[in-house]
Design a protein around this ligand. Structure first.
Ligand code: 9RB
Ligand code: ZN
Length: 376
């Protein structure tokens, strides 16, 4: 069966304006404005590489629809939805909620298309039209919490799709793996007390949001044990990420036995990212995808939906994304000219301080069991 692929040109029209890296530009203080780091280019270039490489011919192109208000409200408050809608009508747009997440006019419609895009691919996978798929959406979603957006995220695209899978499609257990370099705090918070949704986040220790995603965040109430956080030290590359996959992610999925696996896929753990300080290569992302597919074949007939999040190096991100989508589709590698440059930089080796974090979280996996009462 085919691999689904979803991208829409209007995702590139979401306007985050200018900034100065992580700072607000301020000419009086000598801080010159620059194009915002979260802009269309990494995503547009990833899409164009998928076309130019010929991979597009192996994919089943899927068209997104907008998420409805009812679908957004399964995760977010009415106040948040109405505020975004109102600010989105203003000539200069507004902010998702934390004062550092600007959006231009019309962002509401683009954000609902992003959330609806993930829903569309989840529908296609659960109904059996495609085996798996990649949703190349923008704006991202994994930081948005119920009452506000943050970290450039407006609505929780994946959380909204999880609720859809549960409430409309009747999917029981769902796992969300987040390999973006930042903590998937929003997705985690939507299901923190829910033992039927396992959230696992591999991220750089204390990167963003501040003080979020420590190993001690494990869920609460009946959901205790069903949130896993692996805060990897700066400098972690393929060696540490693949060890986290094989010691935490794969065993956790084997114990939990999800019926559907979703991935929050940021490429900002990539070795050339301007925000992250990690060293993952396109081969690292390829192997992580392969590991996930192998366990998905065991537990859920291969059902995986991967949705785009961060990743800010316009040269490297397209090759990382291509590697993931090629793997999903069972296609041969097109090649990544950056790999030889990264080969000698050391990220391929697992170091003791990385291993000790992973081993700490691996000990929590035994607390996971197959939850059969999804109405709990
Ligand atoms: C600003 C600050 C950030 C930092 C990181 C992200 C991550 C995005 C992502 C978003 C915004 C702070 C602009 C702190 O890729 N998530 O997956 N902004 N950080 N202070 N100020 C002024
Ligand atoms: Zn990120």
């Amino acid at each position: 069966m085919a691999t689904g692929y979803l991208y829409h040109e209007v995702f590139g029209w979401h306007d985050t304006g200018s900034s100065a890296g992580l700072f607000v530009s301020d000419p009086a203080a000598g801080v010159q404005p620059f194009v915002h780091f979260e802009n269309a280019e990494t995503k547009r270039r990833m899409h164009e590489l998928i076309v130019i490489s010929g991979l597009i011919d192996r994919l089943e192109r899927i068209r997104p629809r907008h998420a409805s208000e009812e679908e957004i409200l399964r995760v977010h408050t009415r106040e948040h939805l109405e505020r975004i809608k109102a600010e989105s009508r203003l000539p200069k747009g507004g902010d998702a909620g934390d004062g550092i997440s600007p959006f231009g006019k019309g962002a509401y419609e683009i954000a609902t298309l992003a959330a609806g895009g993930v829903i569309t691919l989840v529908d296609a996978v659960v109904r059996g039209n495609v085996t798996n798929g990649y949703v190349l959406v923008r704006p991202p979603g994994h930081h948005a919490v119920a009452g506000n957006g943050m970290g450039l995220c407006i609505f929780g695209n994946l959380a909204i799709a999880v609720k859809h899978a549960r409430e409309v499609l009747g999917v029981g257990r769902i796992a969300v793996l987040d390999w973006d370099v930042h903590h998937g705090n929003g997705t985690q918070s939507a299901f923190y007390d829910d033992p039927t949704v396992l959230t696992i986040s591999l991220h750089q220790d204390n990167c963003f949001p501040p003080n979020s995603g420590g190993v001690g965040e494990r869920g609460e109430g009946p959901g205790f044990g069903y949130a896993l956080n692996v805060p990897l030290p700066p400098g972690t590359g393929d060696g540490g990420y693949l060890y986290a996959m094989s010691e935490v992610v794969v065993p956790a999925l084997r114990r939990f036995r999800p019926e559907l696996i979703l991935v929050a896929s940021g490429f900002d753990a990539g070795a050339m990212d301007p925000l992250g300080r990690q060293m993952v290569t396109s081969e690292g992302y390829r192997t992580m995808t392969r590991q996930l597919m192998d366990v998905a074949d065991e537990v859920c007939d291969g059902r995986i939906v991967i949705a785009h999040e961060g990743g800010y190096n316009p040269i490297h991100v397209p090759y990382c994304g291509l590697a993931v989508v090629e793997t999903l589709a069972g296609a041969e590698p097109f090649g990544d000219p950056l790999l030889p440059i990264m080969a000698g930089q050391g990220g391929g080796v697992l170091l003791p301080h990385q291993k000790s974090v992973v081993d700490q979280v691996a000990a929590f996996v035994a607390d996971i069991s197959v939850v059969t009462d999804v109405s709990a």
